[in-house]
Design a protein around this ligand. Structure first.
Ligand code: ADP
Ligand code: MG
Ligand code: ZN
Length: 499
């Protein structure tokens, strides 16, 4: 293996989360009863005519802009002819001669912390096939056409990858583009993003590329790592023994970690691509592309850098807050609302301070809650309005930090108006000084040991006593006032010399 260098190129399919399918008006949701989201177009009935969904087109253009390629002002569709039971039309509508995007580049961070450019060969639009289920017991195969006609983008890279880390970094980046553009959740394990890895080996000093194999069925980053390691080793053994790598499509087997032949590439039938006669070419005016450019969001890396630069967040906080756009939105909106609702003398200082507070609550409690509840970011009921209100109450000293955190946790899956809730549950910090005194006296009486520790010089014991006072008041005491009174009483005892 050491004599060889790994060379890889990717074909990445992204399923678009449009309202409707790409060439008909069927709903784009296939997680429903089989064959309910179908019509004459996606069932390939004779005479039915496809029409391009403009929403799918705009998704493609925006992804094309993110990939920094050349948007094709005159793209068109082609027929790729093949029969398969999950494809009722007996052809797939794709783009072969004039794809929507030519060229492009994506920067990824390598292991060594360097930036590497992965060149994009092209990206095209196409429709997805239906889904086959093989029922071995009944010895039948079932077909569901709900997925047939779901819009796909296929991104084809140049063979620029040299190890699995680069592949994963690239896919992660494409997934971020898709999520921030709001065009797909890009989940590998749910099939909304699918990657085929083409892999060949070449002698370290050689220039020409070796014969490759294409690997399919890679539905997690772990599978990709395992498949790449296995396939590279397999090819190295073939070459090492003086053999030749066969140009073929291989399937990764999750169970045993090997790749197995699916079909040899030489046997692939001639698809007889020809321009799709039922669809018009797509002409994009300059104006349209400019409009799409204006709608481009701030992507993860720029966002994370801005959080560090302008809001003094740590790199780790910035990474966590930008891993999902829903998290970034909650962070930014909460900060904006909290700032707006506050009257500050020096707003700049308070902005970084507040950003820190929000970041801490989100990176800690919120991420913990997501893990605990196995929820994706955004699957929470927390709104920026409620979150900001809660933080404002904490800042104004009307609730304790503990109350704020408890209410925040409740807000995860309940719509709660913090102000109303805190009032109803009597969680406001009490200003009742008599009640506080009663609580402090009770604690001093009950915690003899800590009191004597304190009086004999162990100042740490005061912390424990304060905790007891807060507990005694159900967390409603103003911590500062409680501390003051506690220390005052302790000082009195010391002076009196009584224990
Ligand atoms: P096909 O149409 O058969 O899938 P393409 O020429 O479109 O073939 O290439 C598909 C992918 O394979 C691209 O990502 C490309 O970068 C990659 N690729 C092409 N040649 C090689 C090679 N020798 N080794 C590794 N990857 C390759
Ligand atoms: Mg291919
Ligand atoms: Zn349809």
């Amino acid at each position: 293996m050491n004599d060889y260098e790994i060379v890889m190129g990717l074909e990445v399919h992204i399923e678009l989360a449009t309202q409707r399918k790409i060439f008909c008006r069927c709903k784009n949701t296939f997680a429903e009863a089989a064959n309910t989201n179908v019509c004459p177009v996606c069932l390939g009935l004779p005479g039915a005519l496809p029409v391009l969904n403009p929403e799918a087109l705009s998704c493609a253009v925006r992804m094309g802009l993110a990939l920094q390629g050349q948007i094709n002002r005159n793209s068109r569709f082609d027929r790729k002819n093949y029969f398969y039971p999950d494809n009722a039309t007996a052809y797939q509508i794709t783009q072969f001669y004039e794809p929507i995007l030519k060229g492009g580049q994506v920067e990824v961070q390598t292991e060594a912390g360097e930036t590497k450019v992965i060149r994009i060969h092209e990206m095209h639009m196409e429709d997805d096939a239906g889904k086959l289920t093989h029922d071995l017991e009944r010895r039948v195969s079932l077909v569901d056409f709900n997925r047939k006609g779901v819009p796909l983008l296929e991104i084809v890279t140049e063979p620029d990858f040299r190890n699995a880390d680069e592949v994963i970094a690239f896919l992660e980046k494409i997934r971020m583009f898709a999520m921030y553009l709001g065009i797909s959740d890009g989940k590998l394990h749910e099939g909304s993003m699918r990657a085929d890895v083409n892999l060949s080996l070449r002698k370290v000093e050689e220039e020409a590329l070796g014969v490759r194999t294409e690997m399919k069925n890679l539905n997690s980053f772990t599978s990709i790592r395992r498949a790449v390691a296995y396939e590279a080793e397999r090819q190295a053994q073939v070459l090492g023994a003086g053999g030749k790598v066969v140009f073929e499509t291989r399937r990764f087997d999750e169970a045993d970690g090997t790749t197995k032949v699916m079909r040899t590439k030489e046997e692939v039938m001639d698809y007889r691509y020809f321009p799709e006669p039922d669809l018009l070419p797509v002409h994009l005016p300059e104006e349209y592309i400019r409009k799409m450019e204006e709608q481009m969001p701030e992507f993860r890396e720029e966002k994370a850098e801005r959080y560090m630069r302008e809001l003094s967040l740590t790199q780790e906080e910035a990474q966590i807050l930008t891993r999902h756009p829903a998290t970034a939105v909650l962070f930014e909106e909460t900060l904006r609302l909290w700032q707006e609702g506050a009257e500050d003398e020096r707003p700049e200082d308070s902005e970084t301070r507040r950003a820190k507070t929000i970041a801490a609550r989100m990176c800690g409690d919120l991420m913990y809650l997501c893990r605990e509840k196995k929820a994706d970011p955004g699957q929470w009921k927390i709104t920026p309005e409620a979150f900001a209100e809660l933080l404002r109450m904490q800042e104004d000293g009307v609730i304790t930090t503990k109350t704020a955190r408890d209410v925040f946790a409740l807000m995860f899956d309940k719509n709660i108006e913090p102000m109303v809730y805190v009032n109803e549950c009597h969680l406001l910090i009490t200003k009742d000084e008599d009640a506080l005194e009663v609580a402090v006296d009770a604690v001093l009486k009950a915690q003899e040991k800590s009191v004597s520790d304190y009086l004999s010089g162990k100042e740490k014991a005061a912390g424990h006593l304060l905790g007891c006072v807060m507990k005694e008041t159900n967390g409603q005491a103003d911590p500062a006032a409680a501390r003051k009174l506690l220390l005052k009483k302790l000082a009195e005892r010391k002076a009196a010399g009584t224990m």
